[in-house]
Design a protein. Structure first.
Length: 377
């Protein structure tokens, strides 16, 4: 039978000083545990004014250090909300294994910001998550959680509606939700979420959360959807929306378009259909970077396919990222218009040879680039 099972029932009345003295004289482990709980009961019944004396604090710490795990767990639950508890003992319990630490981390009024930040820096991930869940968490501690950027702790903070999170902290949480999908649902429900942040987050959430954002903020989903569209069309600062980029490619534009593709890919917005759109809008560099990112091929490999005397390599690359063969004829037509007539027409209409699975298309692409007559990579 464990210590908790033997002593879990709270005593009907606080022990007398004589009872405690008798337990203190005993060297038996059971008596020391009874002594520890007896002192707790005495303090609960008659909370000391002005805090415990240094001698009584030392007794608490000594007995707690000697106590078995079950006893420390019971002690933590009994002292979780006690304002009279020795701060040193509360801090010790907060650093204990998580099942022992959880009650004091969640509720102890004696755990100040410095102690909570120490847990974030020194304790296990489970301890950090409990800190992030703590009711009425201060803005100072919230800022440390956001700065550290640990996904599990950020998600716990996002779900803590009583935590003090500054407007800048909310902005950073929304920014973190680009890469941490678990943040998105609690953030859409967060009381400090505003329409500007919701509009920003709308760009990288799924359809269900988009609907939730639209309903909560009473905004037109079509207007929010325009933000997604704008990210794909506003390639160059100052260009009117929907303008066709027909100027010759240069290094600055190429870098801008590479960054846009990286951004869309990181937020989960880069899809095969984006390639078709880039070709129709005569954005060849954007098409190159998007195809390379989606396929896993390098940009020089994509360029070699675009310069090939046959459309087959480009066809294989496009199939590997999910473009249907029925779409490819229109796509290759647009590509040739903006790429000097390349790829060439050798081999005929390769898309009419039958269905090609994505893995096979990837292998065929590699083989075609190694074949004689391929443009150098």
């Amino acid at each position: 039978m464990t210590a908790v099972a033997r002593i879990a029932p709270a005593p009907a009345a606080a022990p007398t000083p004589a009872d405690l003295i008798a337990l203190a004289r005993s060297r038996a482990a059971d008596d020391r545990e009874r002594l520890l709980l007896g002192v707790v009961s005495l303090c609960e019944t008659h909370p000391p004014e002005g805090g415990l004396s240094p001698v009584l604090e030392d007794i608490f710490l000594t007995l707690a250090r000697q106590a078995e795990r079950d006893m420390r767990q019971l002690l933590s639950s009994r002292m979780a909300e006690a304002e009279w508890a020795p701060p040193a003992l509360v801090n010790m319990l907060a650093l204990d294994e998580i099942e022992i630490a959880r009650p004091v981390i969640a509720a102890s009024p004696l755990l100040k910001d410095e102690a909570l930040i120490r847990l974030l820096v020194e304790a296990s991930l489970e301890h950090q998550v409990e800190v992030a869940r703590r009711p009425r968490l201060s803005g100072r501690v919230s800022d440390v959680i956001i700065e550290r950027g640990e996904p599990a702790t950020l998600t716990a903070l996002a779900g803590n509606r009583t935590a003090d999170v500054s407007p800048e902290g909310m902005r950073r949480l929304v920014d973190h939700s680009r890469r941490i999908a678990a943040l998105r649902l609690p953030l859409t429900r967060h009381p400090r979420m505003n329409e500007a942040l919701a509009t920003q987050m709308y760009m990288w959430v799924g359809s269900a959360l988009r609907q939730a954002i639209g309903e909560r903020f009473e905004v037109d989903e079509a207007r929010l959807a325009a933000a997604v569209d704008e990210a794909a069309t506003a390639i160059i600062p100052g260009n009117p929306r929907g303008a066709v980029a027909t100027e010759p490619m240069n290094a600055e534009r190429d870098e801008m378009e590479r960054r846009l593709v990286d951004k869309l890919h990181a937020s989960g917005q880069l899809r095969a259909g984006f390639l078709v759109r880039a070709a129709r809008e005569k954005r060849l560099s954007l098409f190159r970077h998007a195809l390379a990112t989606l396929s896993g091929f390098t940009v020089p490999e994509v360029d070699a396919a675009l310069a090939h005397d046959s459309p087959e390599a480009l066809y294989c690359a496009c199939v590997s990222v999910g473009i249907d063969r029925a779409v490819f004829p229109a796509l290759i037509h647009e590509i040739r218009k903006i790429n000097g007539g390349l790829p060439g027409h050798a081999g005929g209409e390769v898309w009419n040879r039958g269905t090609l699975a994505a893995p096979a298309a990837q292998r065929a692409f590699r083989g075609l680039l190694r074949a004689p007559g391929a443009a150098p990579v």
